[in-house]
Design a protein around this ligand. Sequence first.
Ligand SMILES: *[C@@H]1O[C@H](CO)[C@@H](O)[C@H](O)[C@H]1NC(C)=O
Ligand SMILES: *[C@@H]1O[C@H](CO)[C@@H](O)[C@H](O)[C@H]1NC(C)=O
Ligand SMILES: *[C@@H]1O[C@H](CO)[C@@H](O)[C@H](O)[C@H]1NC(C)=O
Ligand SMILES: *[C@@H]1O[C@H](CO)[C@@H](O)[C@H](O)[C@H]1NC(C)=O
Ligand SMILES: *[C@@H]1O[C@H](CO)[C@@H](O)[C@H](O)[C@H]1NC(C)=O
Ligand SMILES: *[C@@H]1O[C@H](CO)[C@@H](O)[C@H](O)[C@H]1NC(C)=O
Ligand SMILES: *[C@@H]1O[C@H](CO)[C@@H](O)[C@H](O)[C@H]1NC(C)=O
Ligand SMILES: *[C@@H]1O[C@H](CO)[C@@H](O)[C@H](O)[C@H]1NC(C)=O
Ligand SMILES: *[C@@H]1O[C@H](CO)[C@@H](O)[C@H](O)[C@H]1NC(C)=O
Ligand SMILES: *[C@@H]1O[C@H](CO)[C@@H](O)[C@H](O)[C@H]1NC(C)=O
Ligand SMILES: CC(=O)N[C@H]1CO[C@H](CO)[C@@H](O)[C@@H]1O
Length: 479
Amino acid sequence: MRAFDLILGAFGLLSAVEGSNVKRRDSSVQLWPSRGQNNVNIDTNLVLTFSSAPTIGKNGTIRVYNSASGEQVDLLDLSIPVSPSPFGNGSTKANYTDTTTYQTNIIGGMDFYFFPIIVRGNTARIYLHNNQLDYGQTYYVTMDPGVLNLASGPFEGFSSACAWTFSTKAKGPAAGTDQVVVASDGSADFNTVQGALDWAPINPSSWTTILVMDGDYEELVYFQYKTKVLVRGQSQNGTRLGYPNNSAFNPPNRQGPSRRPAFSFKGVADVQLSSFSITNYYRGQAEALLTDGMRIVIDNMRLNGSGDAMTTYGTAYVRDTTLYGDGDTILGYGSVFWENCTISTGAAMSWTRTVQGIHGNVFVNSTILGRDGNNTFVRLQSNVGGVLPWWPYSEVVMINTRTQGIAPIGWGPIQGAPYPDQHLHLWEYNTMDLGGKPVDYSQRLNISQQLTLPANASVISAYTDPAYVLGGWTPVVFS
Ligand SMILES: *[C@@H]1O[C@H](CO)[C@@H](O)[C@H](O)[C@H]1NC(C)=O
Ligand SMILES: *[C@@H]1O[C@H](CO)[C@@H](O)[C@H](O)[C@H]1NC(C)=O
Ligand SMILES: *[C@@H]1O[C@H](CO)[C@@H](O)[C@H](O)[C@H]1NC(C)=O
Ligand SMILES: *[C@@H]1O[C@H](CO)[C@@H](O)[C@H](O)[C@H]1NC(C)=O
Ligand SMILES: *[C@@H]1O[C@H](CO)[C@@H](O)[C@H](O)[C@H]1NC(C)=O
Ligand SMILES: *[C@@H]1O[C@H](CO)[C@@H](O)[C@H](O)[C@H]1NC(C)=O
Ligand SMILES: *[C@@H]1O[C@H](CO)[C@@H](O)[C@H](O)[C@H]1NC(C)=O
Ligand SMILES: *[C@@H]1O[C@H](CO)[C@@H](O)[C@H](O)[C@H]1NC(C)=O
Ligand SMILES: *[C@@H]1O[C@H](CO)[C@@H](O)[C@H](O)[C@H]1NC(C)=O
Ligand SMILES: *[C@@H]1O[C@H](CO)[C@@H](O)[C@H](O)[C@H]1NC(C)=O
Ligand SMILES: CC(=O)N[C@H]1CO[C@H](CO)[C@@H](O)[C@@H]1O
């Protein structure tokens, strides 16, 4: 099956614009799915590739109809604004007086503002609302003129029921299948990571593996309450997930939790992510990854976010992973054991919000790079206008950490000096420069502790054991 079908001049190569003016509009367009294509996955995007870059119009619709019944199964109306902040640069606060309807997609059961069309280079990718297509159906697509525009004028789109049709696969993967494959070129079980996650069973008796082939997956990913799911990329740099999203594009609403990450999940248990990259293309409060669940394994990943690049709740074991962020790079509510990770940060590496009774962020054999030459490991401040309480049980423990660009004070700022510091654990053992030479501790924040041997041997030993940090869980990483 060919991924793309070149259609030359199928749609009005020469057509009349404004009376007698005859204008050449679109010389060629490649469609995916191609016209009449069979065996299409139900999570397909609709992709148009032109010979030059199209722009997105301000009105008009894209509709998908079931060819047999004539029923309209999806509608994208471009006159609906994308988000209160489509460029991700506006207010990051909830605005409950704003009753405007924005482009909304239900992803993994939660509503997100989304881009109905994303243009990259000469390609326009149309994102239908999730889960609108069924197996074993034939569909046709219509698109108003001017939904997309070329330098030569509006792309005239599709108006007839036979201009752009395709048929979906007869059925999806059988229940009980333990591995499904995602490929962005449509050659596997799913086209999108979200499609595979939507399919993954709730509460299965054994693990489901979602293998993601190399490619670009520009999609918002969100799932809830799943267990025993392993998402594995073909290669860390070649399997690229990402989305432009942040707290301005998707501000808080009344429905629920943070919606600003590129990839997030909630209320899960036993989830492993391995060997792919996630980038949040927007800056600001913009997680690459938000983990909320028990026994989460993050292995050999490359994560690139901005503020709060990774937010954690629950328990997680992170190894062999690179995390890049612009400040509060780890927004930590969870108990997380970091082993052999590299964290590159602007501003403070972490705002660790450990509560009483659990461990916080523990780093072993990891590297922390401060990009400003003057960064700190953690800061602790009140979130509400300078009023306490802040996070008096915050715990960050670093063992055998290589560092660069870290301020001599190491830790802070901490709000509220003199600090009610008796519960804080800001501890480090054997912090080195990149060459392995011990760093100078003489200017460290007075309430941090520099552990030594033999005095602190038992503490150091305890904190190198993931099970001690993670409430008794000994992580198992599937390779
Ligand atoms: C889109 O807007 C233009 C100008 O505002 C108008 O001429 C055109 O009819 C509209 N198209 C649709 C499909 O509403
Ligand atoms: C956001 O970015 C857009 C596009 O660059 C610009 O037109 C707009 O003025 C910006 N808004 C704010 C609040 O900065
Ligand atoms: C909230 O939304 C209303 C209605 O759209 C708008 O007038 C107001 O400026 C918004 N407030 C903020 C802070 O963005
Ligand atoms: C992955 O990409 C990053 C950034 O482009 C680069 O620094 C790194 O060396 C790459 N890793 C591999 C294994 O190719
Ligand atoms: C992270 O993503 C941003 C935005 O796409 C990009 O500018 C930056 O180069 C990326 N950084 C790394 C280390 O990949
Ligand atoms: C540490 O992680 C890197 C990838 O980031 C990997 O190449 C290396 O083998 C790991 N080292 C150990 C000791 O696990
Ligand atoms: C850290 O690295 C040392 C060797 O440098 C190794 O002996 C130890 O097992 C590692 N610890 C963890 C928890 O990876
Ligand atoms: C480093 O940060 C500290 C605390 O924010 C500040 O007082 C100091 O001036 C900074 N130094 C440099 C060289 O930026
Ligand atoms: C640490 O330094 C702060 C600010 O200089 C001071 O208020 C506090 O009393 C000191 N705490 C200890 C335990 O020395
Ligand atoms: C480390 O050892 C010193 C000296 O015995 C002790 O005062 C300190 O409380 C120990 N730190 C921890 C975290 O146990
Ligand atoms: C900063 C950034 O990557 N912005 C992009 C966010 O996504 C929109 C829509 O795809 C692009 O137009 C921006 O360039």
